[in-house]
Design a protein around this ligand. Structure first.
Ligand code: GDP
Length: 321
């Protein structure tokens, strides 16, 4: 079985860890959000790609879900001494990734090619795919002005009031051949428990991605979303704040509504039963209740098993075409 997973940099990587244990990296095609990529210290930083690569190369700091485990910060401290900004931490070993990636990008290689090469060197067997080779940014309009998404998340810890979000570059971003091929060949597509607005949202808005997933769903390929929200609050980060700001109900129902044209199934938290009927009735999406909190490896494996169980049930009842 070939799985395609759409991912941001925190919630979905946790699920990927569980999926890796059960199906192995080789079967995982991960389409990763790059709309929060940015330039910092003259280096191209791709936070979500980094987390996914570090996860699969067993380097990830799983306490923070960014950076390399047990990294030191000597270069970062020196850079601060020179007056460089210090709100986005870069570890010494992590810096090598950014220097090397920037070097290759400046030589003219695409982000897809660079990612593939780095994965090969680090022994990553999963197919890690940037959502696009076109540069997209994310800005949040707040009561203290317009902030880059990383500034909003990391520097201001999502405290400012949010009025809107823009994605400059998204209208011109096209999907890579690799992304479309993965979506075409996947036996199932998973929209991981990532922020639906600033992580999964940009991936779906890259030209041809949403329509391709819809086309696959219409061919009875299971398309499963996992809620990043329990009740009215995200498990971490500002998903509920962004949903509210954009006029969505910040609940599992709101998540299902955002994905309603492209998913066949959604997994929501076991205590959120009250949303199940309305999702089924109003949106025609199958709902599965499960513990969706991933604190340790057992939780991640349990949720990954649930995803695979839904896929195998659907695949066995699929009508021959
Ligand atoms: P970002 O790239 O760091 O913004 O990360 P993502 O968008 O991938 O992940 C953030 C989302 O993950 C938030 O909306 C969280 O609610 C969700 N999340 C974090 N931990 C968990 C978890 O254990 N279970 C589920 N279901 N969602 C989680």
């Amino acid at each position: 079985m070939n799985l395609v997973v759409l991912s941001g940099g925190t919630g979905t990587p946790k699920l990927l860890e569980g999926l890796e244990v059960i199906v192995g990296q080789e079967r995982l095609n991960v389409i990763v959000n790059t709309a929060d990529d940015f330039w910092y210290y003259g280096l191209y930083i791709s936070p979500d790609i980094d987390t996914v690569i570090y996860l699969f190369s067993n380097l990830l700091d799983k306490n923070k879900y960014w950076g390399i485990r047990d990294d030191t910060f000597n270069a970062f401290e020196m850079l601060k001494l020179y007056g460089m900004p210090g709100w986005f931490h870069l570890g010494d070993r992590d810096l090598a990734m950014h220097i090397f990636r920037t070097y290759l990008l400046r030589k003219g290689y695409t982000l897809t090619a660079v990612t593939k090469y780095i994965c090969k060197r680090l022994g990553v067997k999963a197919n890690v795919l940037p959502m696009s080779d076109d540069h997209v940014e994310t800005y949040v309009l707040t009561d203290i002005g317009e902030l880059h998404i990383q500034e909003y998340l990391v520097k201001y810890r999502f405290k400012p009031k949010v009025y809107g979000i823009t994605f400059p570059g998204i209208e011109k971003a096209s999907a890579t051949i690799d992304v479309l091929k993965a979506l075409d060949e996947g036996d199932a597509i998973v929209l991981g428990p990532s922020n639906p607005i600033n992580s999964i949202g940009p991936i779906l808005n890259v030209k041809n991605v949403r329509s391709k997933i819809k086309e696959r769903k219409e061919k009875d390929i299971p398309v499963i979303a996992i809620s990043p929200i329990i009740g009215t609050k995200a498990l971490s980060g500002p998903a509920h704040i962004f949903m509210k700001a954009l006029g969505y109900e910040p609940t599992p129902y709101g998540i299902a509504e955002i994905y309603s044209d492209i998913i066949s199934d959604i997994i929501i938290h076991k205590t959120d039963e009250k949303y199940a009927n309305i999702i089924r009735r109003k949106l025609g999406i199958e709902v599965h209740l499960e513990n969706i909190i991933m604190k340790d490896l057992d939780d991640k494996i349990r949720l990954a098993k649930k995803v695979l169980e839904i896929i195998s049930k659907k695949s066995s009842t699929k009508q021959p075409t």
